[in-house]
Design a protein around this ligand. Structure first.
Ligand code: BT5
Length: 262
């Protein structure tokens, strides 16, 4: 893969012909050795991609990018505490929403909390963040479907840049993603992990289609929460106002959007 625009943005960009999982591979490298902030590992042939929990991320060779970025964010006063890392998943989602929008200008592209990018309501990208606490680092993985055809879709809820009518050029999407992610993370770290002050919360509010919706959240452990998604809190948790009016801050879960009325 020839990725000149991306390479110019991220000097530590490593392109590999294939990888079982770019997240696993980059996290193993980072655990073994201190590696520079914003080291990127990318392939268009991921053979054992992972989703959250024990789920799989499935992409036929050459049809999608698997991108992993090592972030070792430094605040003004030292390393950014790992408790502030929740917003980094959202930053990746915002950055990918922007990169996909640029190649699909006519589509509705939005972030579904916490880790899906949807194009015209279908999943085009998933984000998976994995902490490396001993390094004060996190690997942010993003899988984005580019040239995938309808026959190649792993699930009926998925879509790709090609299916939505855009140019599936990997360098354009990767460069757009890396440039936006780098800016968002730098501003967030410079603001000591204050998402409001850095502008990240505002950007997320603009693209997060979950906010304002009636939602059902399947929580880890099997509980279900139903209500209205009203905000993201200072830790990037989704605040859901339940039917009894009580607000719950959700750190992790699978969200289903109710259909918008009207
Ligand atoms: C995710 O998990 O969406 C996170 C996906 C992260 C993939 C990247 S690729 C680079 C890095 N290296 C890795 O090994 N992983 C990361 P989750 O929210 O749990 O969603 C997983 C679900 O998405 C699956 O159970 C399927 O239903 C669906 N799915 C699988 N492959 C898909 C695809 N290519 N496009 C859309 N949906 C897919």
């Amino acid at each position: 893969m020839h990725l000149p625009a991306s390479q110019a943005l991220a000097p530590e960009l490593r392109v590999v012909a294939s990888s079982p999982s770019t997240n696993t591979e980059l996290a193993d490298l980072a655990r073994a050795d201190a590696m520079p902030d914003f080291t990127v590992l990318v392939t268009d042939h991921q053979t054992a991609g992972r989703g959250r929990l024990d789920r799989t991320w499935v992409t036929p060779a050459g049809s999608a990018l698997a991108i992993s970025v090592l972030l070792v964010p430094r605040a003004g006063s030292g390393p950014l505490p790992v408790e502030r890392f929740g917003w980094l998943t959202i930053a990746a989602g915002v950055a990918m929403t922007q990169a996909v929008s640029a190649v699909l200008p006519a589509a509705s592209v939005a972030l579904k909390w916490p880790n899906d990018v949807l194009a015209n309501g279908r999943k085009i990208c998933g984000v998976l963040a994995e902490l490396i606490p001993e390094r004060g680092a996190v690997v942010i993985g993003a899988g984005v479907n580019l040239a995938m055809t309808t026959d190649e879709l792993p699930v009926t809820t998925a879509t790709s840049v090609r299916i939505e009518g855009g140019d599936p050029d990997p360098d354009t999407v990767l460069a757009g993603y890396l440039e936006c992610l780098r800016g968002l993370v730098a501003a967030y770290a410079a603001a000591d992990g204050d998402a409001e002050r850095s502008g990240l919360a505002g950007r997320a509010g603009e693209v997060c289609t979950t906010l304002g919706r009636e939602v059902r959240v399947d929580l880890p452990g099997g509980r279900i929460l139903e209500g209205t998604a009203v905000a993201l809190d200072s830790d990037a948790r989704l605040v859901v106002r339940a039917l009894d009016g009580i607000e719950h801050a959700v750190a992790a879960g699978d969200v289903t959007h109710a259909r918008l009325s009207g």
